[in-house]
Each structure stands twice: as C-alpha cells, then as structure tokens.
Write a protein that binds this ligand. Structure first.
Ligand code: ADP
Ligand code: MG
Length: 273
C-alpha cells in the first residue's frame, strides 16, 4: 500500500476535521516515542485511540454534571451517615450504582422534617449516578412545575416532557412546596405518569403521603400519583432533627465543656513551667 506522506499541518487539519482533539494534542509525542522505541503501528494507533476515548468519556461526564444542576458540594463523601442511623449506608451505596432500579424506572422517596439531609442525600445519589454514566437532573419541584405549566400554555407540554426523557433520573426536590393553589399541578401528575416504569424519579418531601392532598388538584389524582410512585420504590424516612441545629448545639455544648478545660490548661501550663 502506498500511503501518501503527510506534513504535520495537514495531519492537524484532518484530526480537527474528524474532531479528535486528544489525538491532535498527543500524536507528536507518541509518534516520537513510537519511532524511537520501534512500536508496531497497531500499538501506536491503539494507544492514541484509547486516549481519545478516555478523554471523551471524561468530557461527557463533565457535561452531564453541568446539565444536572447538582450542588457540587453535596456528595456521598460529604454526607455523614452517622447522623441518620435509620439509613443504611450499604443500601445507599448499592443504589448509587443505578443498575437495578434505574433500568426499571423505579422511584426513591426521601421523607423527613426540614434540615434532616434529604436534599443532600438525593444530590449525593445524583452525583454517584453521573459518575456511573447516567444522566440526572436536579430541580426544585415548584420550578419544574412552573416550566411545564408554561409549556402547557404554549401547547408544548408533550415535547417538554419528551425532552426530560433524556434524563435517567429526575430529582424533584421539595415536592411539598408545589402547592395546587399556586400552580395547576396536574402537569406534575403528567410527568409522573409519563415516566412511570420507564424513567426514574427521586422525590424529597417534608410531608409523607398523608400531606400530599395539597400538592395535586384533587384526591383522585393524589391517589393515582402515589400509586404509581410506590409501585417500584425505595422509601427512606430521615426522621432526625435538623443537621444544622444539631451541629450548632454540639458546638455550644463543646464550648461549654471547653470553658473549665481552658482553666485546667492554664493550670497545666503553670505546673509544667
Ligand atoms: P433537607 O433537604 O432534609 O431539608 P438538607 O439536605 O438541605 O436537608 O440539609 C441541610 C444542611 O445540612 C445542608 O447543608 C446539608 O448539607 C447538611 N446536612 C444534613 N444532613 C447531613 C449529613 N447527614 N451529613 C452531612 N451534612 C448534612
Ligand atoms: Mg431540602
């Protein structure tokens, strides 16, 4: 085979045209090494392609992270499971791989009073699932309801719902704040019905189901929504006191404990000198 000889400029142009930026960046160094060490051509080609693929996967995950609107600080690494003894870390870790539940469009429900860590835990699962290659959207429920309502008014609801299909998981934060008197929340029901058994939802709510009559326009719709959500679901109840309040009172009692210690320390210093 008589392959045409290429100058560097032409190679750069072709790699650019083919959208292979990593190879474009790395090939001069790789070619030099390959020439020096006498690599077989397949090794050179393989090494360059592997790098392109790895960078591409990394960029894809970065894009997914940006589009998710997840708070970057709320991860599993920063979540203290010791604060919520009723939540099994092993169970959450298993859910963080996504496979078993996302594939069947199952639901996770996080209930509990304000400040107990529902949004943090939901976000943490979201981050882990993005790392595992899934696409996630984090949104306050009231905000998404507003957007879907606007879409309905301009007769775009089906296409708005279809666009949300690209997300393997939508995290609806604070469901209890989407009130039927503020918004005609049947769009929320349509979202739930549209995704049922296909694409997953994770919902956080201050109120358990008994308080959901305020969320949907009528009791029949509330029952129908709950029915779909619980069919394939995992429920965590984070019935703990507010994390911030506990931290604040821990600090206070530590401070109280420290005061006599301060005096002791003074004493120790005196004794040592
Ligand atoms: P909720 O959504 O239940 O109202 P948040 O998840 O917003 O509560 O938690 C309130 C604050 O406390 C956040 O800053 C969150 O990061 C922090 N927090 C709550 N629980 C924990 C926990 N178990 N470990 C670490 N931080 C926590
Ligand atoms: Mg919250």
């Amino acid at each position: 085979m008589n392959a045409p000889a290429h100058d560097n400029g032409r190679l750069a142009l072709m790699l650019n045209e083919l959208r292979l930026p990593t190879i474009g960046r790395l090939w001069p160094e790789f070619v030099e090494r390959s020439d020096k060490e006498g690599w077989p051509a397949t090794r050179l080609l393989g090494a360059l392609l592997e790098h392109e693929l790895a960078e591409r996967a990394k960029r894809r995950i970065e894009r997914h992270r940006t589009e998710s609107h997840l708070d970057p600080t709320k991860t599993l690494a920063t979540f203290d499971f010791g604060m919520v003894p009723m939540v099994s870390k092993a169970h959450v870790t298993a859910l963080a791989t996504g496979e078993s539940w996302l594939e069947k469009g199952a639901t996770i429900l996080l209930f509990g009073p304000p400040g107990g860590g529902k949004s943090h835990l939901g976000s943490a699962l979201g981050h882990a699932l993005i790392d595992a290659g899934y696409r996630v959207l984090f949104t306050r429920t009231a905000e998404l309801v507003q957007k879907l309502q606007a879409a309905r008014q301009s007769l775009q609801l089906p296409s708005a719902l279809a666009k949300l299909d690209r997300f393997d998981l939508i995290i609806l934060d604070d469901l209890s704040y989407a009130r039927k008197d503020q918004a005609e929340t049947s769009v929320l029901f349509e979202l739930i019905a549209e995704r049922y058994e296909r694409k997953s939802l994770l919902i956080t709510a201050n109120q358990p189901f008994s308080g959901w009559n305020d969320v949907f326009p009528d009791p029949g719709m509330t029952i129908a929504a709950i029915d779909r959500l619980v069919h394939h679901s995992t429920i965590f109840e984070l019935n703990v006191e507010s994390y911030r309040r506990r931290k604040a009172s821990d600090k206070q009692s530590a401070r109280r404990r420290q005061l006599p210690n301060d005096n002791c320390e003074g004493g120790t210093t005196t004794m040592a000198s």
